[in-house]
Design a protein around this ligand. Structure first.
Ligand code: ATP
Length: 614
């Protein structure tokens, strides 16, 4: 495919705002893509060159991109910079400059996806002396052959923000659209769907069937994505083999799995009522790590599925020594723990281990203990469908002697008092609380279900839990805060159904002066000239930002709000946080892993329910 076709699709996508229209455009684009190029096209739609866990970022600073534009367009860097200051988007600057380009390249030829990809990969991977100049040259080389529309996106990719508002859910919707014709011919699938049809009238039934088939296919795709976090790889299998390609996708060591998540209940009594006899484990406050062992090769993924292997050498060593299985995927929480005094260190100490330098020194000073809590795969077999009780037994048997990897503390009970006293013991030890687990449940990748229920130290007079919100924009500081350039944040939560971020709270407290200026620095880099496509907010901050950073927030309660859009339905108000205060940045979460609108709704209901019973 020519890069021009992709750039033109991007341009159309940029100019529509409904998710349906976006899905149709993406579906057309993927239909036109050949099986051997579709993976690369999907990565480019995600603004990447590879799945996130492969850690290949094109990453060029604005100044170098400006040089690239200048080099290829014949304008000076100062001209480019001046226009950038005016427009706030180098993509638009490139588009404009290339439409009135001063010098024409002698050998400009049509850019293919292959050529673009080759140069971008080089830009992403060259290092050492002279590498910046080489990066500029590689970008300029592409720009030399580019039309104005192509230039716009060629510039935005290395800057790490395509500004299209395509989320993974929309990409999956478009895969489902392209597969629905084939699915219509799949007798078993149609039969299963037909059973659930509600419409009686023949003509309406047909439309309902169509919709349900598409939803079923979408569900199948997502269930695979949950255990195989590589949308490009998935697209390739679908393009090669259609629906049958889905069967070929299996949990694989080295490819991260989306983590299972815990629901909340406010009391031990309700937990026991919900689960009956259950396992109750201590809730540790550290890093959630997924460990993949493939013979001698150990890979560690963070909660946001980044490859963090290099940060934790003592864990990698321990996996080789302590884990008896040839290959395995298991999960645990890692934190600094003093075995002699049996003291768990607070998160502020553990977080120091998240660094790229002085790793060995820090590993000696603050060694981590990994408290393992689940086993998903061992010796070539997926264990995700085994009941939790069996998975934990196998996990226990798999861990050999050693100090670094241990099983989580756990009891099995159906008595409220025992859950309560285990909770109190855990809190006394400085832990966060407990997680109760359904003994019979399989591992539910990527979803928050009642297979796990968390109960945390209660924040007296406040919400039973903190909320993780996404920063959507910021307000200029007033008075004393003028000096920091930032006085408050507009934040929101994730609406999974619509794949949008909806506003929930304006936050101006809880930040130290240092935090304010750090936030300003961080957010200035991702400022947007207009409201990003995936944000839904009626409140307008001074500056919009790309929804990227998640912050943990505490508040007194959730209230109904006419201003915010989270949970807002026709004729109903949205939700807001009362007296929100920032606690910290959640570096371990991606925007899509923030608290969801659905969770806010549940927390709101529960809060009322608790109030009534008191
Ligand atoms: P929180 O902010 O409460 O940590 P979260 O949104 O990060 O929640 P949840 O899925 O709601 O994530 O809570 C589960 C988290 O608790 C896991 O992601 C994991 O990091 C941590 N954890 C600590 N101890 C355990 C344990 N024994 N079993 C499972 N998860 C545990």
């Amino acid at each position: 495919m020519h890069f021009k076709t992709l750039a033109e699709s991007f341009d159309k996508i940029e100019h529509v705002s409904s998710r349906l229209a976006m899905t149709d455009l993406l579906a057309d684009l993927f239909k036109k893509s050949k099986a051997d190029e579709i993976a690369r096209i999907v990565y480019l739609c995600q603004g990447k060159l590879a799945p996130a866990f492969k850690d290949i970022e094109v990453g060029m600073g604005e100044s170098y991109v400006e040089e690239g534009i200048a080099k290829a367009s014949g304008y000076s860097k100062a001209d480019v910079d001046k226009e950038f200051k005016k427009r706030g988007d180098l993509g638009l600057v490139a588009q404009e400059f290339f439409s009135k380009k001063k010098q024409r390249s002698l050998f400009s030829s049509e850019l293919s996806i292959g050529k673009v990809f080759k140069n971008l990969i080089k830009i992403a991977t060259v290092s050492g002396s002279g590498s910046q100049q080489l990066k500029i040259k590689l970008l300029a080389e592409l720009l030399n052959s580019a039309s104005p529309i192509e230039a716009k996106y060629l510039v935005r990719i290395p800057l790490g923000n395509l500004r299209l508002g395509i989320g993974d859910p929309t990409i999956m919707d478009s895969f489902a659209k392209n597969l629905s014709e084939e699915a219509r011919k799949n007798k078993a699938l149609v039969k299963g769907v037909e059973k659930k049809l509600k419409e009686k009238k023949e003509e309406k039934r047909e439309a309902e069937l169509e919709k349900k088939i598409r939803l079923k296919v979408r569900e199948l795709i997502e269930s695979k994505y949950n255990v195989y976090s590589d949308l490009g790889g998935l697209a390739e299998k679908l393009a090669e083999k259609g629906l049958k390609g889905l069967e070929k996708i299996e949990i694989t060591p080295g490819v991260p799995i989306r983590p299972t998540l815990a629901e909340r209940l406010p009391t031990a009594k309700e937990i026991v009522e919900k689960l009956g006899r259950c396992a109750v484990e201590a809730k540790y406050d550290g890093f959630r790590l997924a460990i993949h062992k493939d013979k001698g090769k150990v890979t560690i993924f963070s909660r946001r599925q980044e490859n963090v292997t290099d940060m934790f050498p003592e864990i990698t060593d321990a996996v080789r020594k302590q884990i008896k299985a040839v290959d395995a995927i298991f999960e645990g929480e890692a934190l600094v723990f003093n075995e002699e005094t049996e003291e768990y260190f607070p998160f502020q100490v553990t977080i120091q281990r998240k660094r790229k330098y002085d790793i060995d020194k820090m590993a000696k000073e603050f060694p981590l203990t990994l408290f393992a809590f689940d086993l998903l795969y061992a010796n070539g077999k997926s264990l995700m469908n085994l009941p939790f009780k069996k998975r934990r037994e196998r996990l226990g048997k798999m861990i050999g002697k050693g100090k670094t990897i241990e099983l989580t503390e756990s009891i099995e009970t159906d008595k409220t008092e025992e859950v309560e006293s285990f909770f109190n013991e855990s809190v006394e030890k400085g832990l966060e609380g407990i997680i109760a687990k359904d003994l019979n449940a399989g591992y539910i990748a990527g979803a928050r279900k009642f297979a796990w229920i968390k109960l945390k130290r209660s924040y007296k007079g406040e919400l039973g839990d903190t909320v993780d919100t996404v920063i959507l924009g910021f307000f200029k500081g007033k008075g004393k805060r003028t000096q920091f350039g930032l006085g408050g944040l507009l934040t929101g939560v994730y609406d999974e159904k619509e794949d949008k971020f909806k506003s929930l709270a304006k936050i101006g407290t809880g930040m130290t002066e240092e935090m304010l200026s750090d936030l300003h620095k961080m957010l200035s880099k991702i400022k947007e000239g207009k409201k990003p496509a995936r944000i839904d907010s009626e409140l307008k901050p001074d500056y919009w930002v790309e929804p990227k950073y998640v912050i943990e927030v505490n508040a007194d309660e959730i209230t109904r709000s006419p201003i915010h859009t989270a949970g807002k339905k026709k004729g109903e108000q949205g939700f807001a946080l009362r007296f929100p205060r920032m606690i910290k940045i959640r570096q371990d979460k991606k925007a899509e892993q923030a608290t969801t609108v659905k969770e806010i709704e549940a927390m709101f209901k529960r809060q009322k329910h608790v109030g009534l019973s008191e």
